[in-house]
Design a binder for this molecule. Structure first.
Ligand SMILES: [Zn+2]
Length: 370
């Protein structure tokens, strides 16, 4: 008897736009409408079969903060594209096609109840007021995965050592994950001019700390670059490390007010509005693993064309793609053997025959050493 076709037909059905289930704690009704509007904007961009659960707390945050967001996280889940790497649960759920965190929120958003907010949906924000749709769109962007796990204490930088106490008195509705000194998928695309890919550096290390505050950190995902005329996107990495701002935003000065990529910069101005994440941020979402609705449309370049091979002198070479890219070689057990630039052959002399994996920004391809 032949296998039933129904499951195949079900797989072929188009995935649906992302939907949000939002729980509010103290949020005024008119603010809830603005936040729902922001969620609808992301829902029109990203595709997921699993509803995204958001808890919004309307709280006095003190200082000048407009909002703070904590994404829940998962790693090494079913179909995870990159091992030993944290994904926001909203993204992990969309990749797995199933709810990996039943009973837990995906995203906690704190919005400052002391801010002079503009609740309108039209973007006609009066001077002196902050546009809630814009800020909610920004915060949800973090919750959906535009976020990393960089931290710096004294000279030492690290990925994946964030503690709940680092953000006290704010707390999360979900259990704070032990991050095991592992980076987030966003972090895997960070590169610095002097050091190359940041996740290739020792973690933790002063070298990582230096890179985090180098003012020379860039996002090198293929889709983000395609949306930026083929260039890496500059990340906010000021000389004074700011937890929750450094290395998790686009650079303020590069993408100022009026720039289409301004939304995911660290600072918002009163009297301004921005109701679209912009091409780079949408490219970032694709690079970290989101499926973007087809009609959102972004230019693409052929990173799928990278083709590793081993030449007659047992040197690994890569055809295609951007030659300045840093690549890594892993063995079949996932151990990293070394890093090399795409235009420089990497010697494999002395290594055992077998499967090796070449990994670049957002892609990985096998190569067989015979
Ligand atoms: Zn932010």
């Amino acid at each position: 008897m032949r296998a039933p076709l129904l499951p195949l037909i079900a797989l072929a059905l188009p995935a649906t736009a992302a939907t949000f289930t939002i729980t509010h704690f103290g949020t005024p009704p008119e603010a809830q409408v603005a936040i729902a509007h922001a969620a609808d904007i992301w829902g029109g961009i990203l595709v997921s079969d699993v509803p995204i659960k958001v808890a919004v707390s309307w709280s006095p945050l003190g200082g000048s903060a407009l909002g703070v967001t904590f994404p829940n996280g998962r790693r090494d889940f079913q179909d995870a594209p990159v091992p030993s790497t944290w994904y926001a649960t909203a993204l992990a759920n969309s990749i797995a096609g199933t709810e990996l965190n039943p009973g837990e929120d995906d995203i906690n958003v704190y919005l400052n109840s002391s801010t002079n907010w503009y609740y309108g949906l039209d973007g006609a924000t009066p001077s002196g007021q902050y546009d809630l749709v814009s800020v909610a769109l920004h915060e949800l962007g973090h919750g959906l995965g535009f976020v990393g796990l960089a931290k710096k204490v004294d000279d030492e930088g690290s990925f994946g050592t964030l503690l709940a106490s680092d953000f006290a008195p704010l707390i999360t509705t979900f259990p704070w994950p032990e991050q095991d000194t592992l980076p987030g998928i966003f972090d895997r695309f960070l590169t610095s001019t002097a050091s190359g890919p940041l996740t290739f550096l020792d973690n933790p290390s002063s070298a990582l700390g230096t890179a985090f505050t180098s003012n020379q950190v860039y996002f090198n995902g293929a889709y983000a670059m395609a949306a930026n005329d083929g260039n890496t996107a500059r990340i906010y990495a000021p000389a004074a490390f700011a937890l929750g701002s450094s290395c998790v935003h686009l650079n303020e000065a590069t993408y100022p007010n009026g720039n289409p990529n301004e939304l995911m910069t660290p600072f918002s101005s009163a009297g301004q509005s921005n109701h679209w994440p912009g091409p780079i941020a949408i490219g970032v979402m694709r690079d970290i693993g989101w499926t973007v609705a087809p009609d959102v449309g972004l230019p693409e370049r052929g990173f799928a064309a990278y083709r590793p091979y081993i030449d007659a002198d047992l040197r690994l070479r890569v055809i295609g793609g951007a030659h300045h890219q840093w690549l890594a070689v892993h063995d079949a057990q996932g151990r990293r053997l070394g890093a090399f630039r795409a235009d420089e052959p990497y010697p494999l002399h002395g290594l055992a025959a077998g499967l090796y994996v070449v990994r670049g920004a957002g892609w990985a391809k096998p190569v067989i050493l015979r």
